[in-house]
Design a protein around this ligand. Sequence first.
Ligand code: ZN
Length: 111
Amino acid sequence: MSIVRCPGCARRISSLAQACPHCGYSKTGAQVDPEVLMMRQLRNLRYRARMLTYMAMLFTMLGFLMWWFQNGGFNQLPGQLSSIFIAIGVVGYLIARAWLFRINTQIKKNR
Ligand SMILES: [Zn+2]
């Protein structure tokens, strides 16, 4: 068994795979059910959106930690760097949640 590049989407897949798990490209030429394929892609997207929410939460937390350690508490305004981290974290989180919501609605529609 080895890892090869999928001719359909250029992602890494197992040489033993009958069809690419990402795009459904099949070596044997057999067609993958487009609905199954779409669900797979949606699940893939959902995974990425979840990762993005975790990243955003991490950013927000780092921002607050920096704020705390720079001033020894929250009784002063946050520094520039911690403000940037918190802002990116909060905005990123909202975007990721909205994205996740859209993906989940699509998954429910396809069930
Ligand atoms: Zn592929």
